[in-house]
Write a protein that binds this ligand. Structure first.
Ligand code: IMP
Length: 425
């Protein structure tokens, strides 16, 4: 059975966690393919709300393996905390698997991320300060070698690698930021409590995924963040350091492009973004404030208020193409319930020219003005809708317009946080 990819179609926080959780029910394995503890998924089951950063959203289904593949980066302290928290709520986490090749977010990466962001002042990227950029930088720099999960299994290898890293990092800490140097002992001490909790799950992740594919089992590849935070296709430099687009699923897991059958692009019914960078449909007024409050748009990882705005149809069209979307999972449609009218940007005006794709040269994004189309709101609660026919005509018209703009059919619509509040198409 070909693999399914779940990808964020916007700037992250689209609600991929809920969609992955639903798919995980029938999946044999859910694989996270990139990113680290910068992500934040909230999965709601009954009165329980689970906030996850690293562990794939499939974790709530005990018979589904939850793999963090080689494209992810792992903060062992964060992962151990997450596992302890889940165990306290009777979720064993025995179905977790971590790739030997996933690189490790070390305490000095977190420190460096914070120092870098502070020094950038007004020009900051607005990173999550979780050490993402510095870890992926070390991975691609190669020498001195970055630490991978497999290295945590051997104290000798770990000590040597930390020492080599600190020889470089301490120069940066001291000379650029006036920060005291770190010692090998204190770094190892800081992660030591987490190691017995996470290392038993370090394994050959590719062999697990390959086994599932060869047995014709259901494989779900879950992205973190979103398309326009992609290092190559996002609004650079205000992006993350990995590849959330669906192509990243192949790189991050070793699954070949020909083994992917479906790409579900998760798109929020409006737009949000955290951190700096272009946002053409941003609403810096009472309507934006209203969306933030109704949609509880505050970062899962950092608690920061998210920037809010109307649906950007130009971004949606571009995203559907970049990801090869086969279906749209529209989330948080119910947040728009009370609105009398709703705007969708169907094009950008850039210097008097009308464009319907995001420009490759993202400098032009700064000058882009949204060209809006107004649609009627439905002004009734959608939370109880169970099937397509239950959705009011105005809501269906809004979804139809999304389909036209993305040239992609709707796969499902979420009308509330609960699993049951999902309308299948
Ligand atoms: P980093 O990934 O922490 O380096 O942050 C880079 C940019 O990506 C910043 O604008 C962050 O706010 C944003 N970002 C990182 N992870 C997420 C996420 O899970 N949701 C939304 N934005 C994110």
């Amino acid at each position: 059975m070909p693999a399914r990819v779940v990808v964020g179609a916007q700037w992250g926080d689209e609600g991929k966690g809920k969609i992955t959780d639903i798919l995980a029910e029938s999946a044999d394995v859910v694989v996270r393919y990139q990113g680290g503890s910068n992500a934040g998924h909230t999965v709601v089951v009954g009165s329980n709300s689970f906030k996850l950063h690293l562990i794939p959203s499939g974790i709530l289904h005990e018979s589904t393996l939850c793999v963090m593949a080689s494209g992810t980066i792992i903060d062992p302290i964060c992962l151990a905390d997450e596992m302890i928290g889940l165990r306290e709520r009777d979720i064993t986490c025995d179905n977790v698997r971590i790739s030997e090749n996933a690189h490790v977010i070390m305490p000095y990466h977190r420190l460096l991320d914070g120092l870098q962001e502070e020094s950038r002042g007004a020009g900051s990227i607005g990173t999550t300060r979780r050490g993402i950029g510095p870890t992926y930088t070390d991975k691609t720099r190669r020498m001195p070698r970055s630490i991978r999960m497999v290295d945590l299994l051997d104290q000798g290898v770990l000590r040597d690698a930390v020492a080599a890293q600190l020889a470089q990092k301490n120069v940066i800490f001291q000379e650029m930021y006036g920060h005291a140097p770190l010692s090998v002992d204190e770094v190892i001490e800081e992660i030591s409590g987490a190691l017995p909790i996470v290392t038993p799950y370090v394994t050959d992740a590719r062999a697990i995924i390959r086994g599932c594919l060869s047995r014709d089992e259901q494989v779900v590849l879950e992205g973190a963040q979103g398309t326009f935070l992609d290092l190559d296709y996002g609004t650079y430099p205000f992006v993350t350091s990995s590849h959330p687009v669906s192509g990243g699923a192949c790189l991050g897991t070793g699954v070949a492009p020909t083994e992917i059958g479906e790409v579900i692009a998760v798109v929020k019914a409006y737009t949000t973004r955290v951190g700096a960078g272009a946002f053409v449909t941003e609403l810096e007024d009472a309507t934006g404030e209203n969306l933030r409050e109704l949609g509880a748009e505050y970062g899962t990882t950092t608690g920061r208020p998210r920037r809010c705005g109307w649906l950007d149809g130009v971004a949606l069209r571009t995203s559907a193409e970049l990801n090869g979307a086969t279906g749209l999972a529209v989330t948080k449609l119910d947040v728009l319930d009370e609105l009398e009218t709703i705007q969708i940007a169907t094009a950008y005006d850039i210097g008097g020219e009308r464009v319907d794709r995001m420009p490759e040269n993202l400098d032009h994004m700064e000058d882009a003005r949204p060209v809006y189309e107004e649609m009627q709101g439905w002004q009734q609660p959608l939370g109880e809708c169970k099937k397509v026919a239950d959705l009011p005509a105005q809501a269906r018209a809004y979804l139809d317009r999304m389909t036209e703009l993305a040239d992609t059919a709707i796969w499902a619509v979420s009308v509330g946080p609960e699993r049951e509040q999902t309308v299948a198409f």
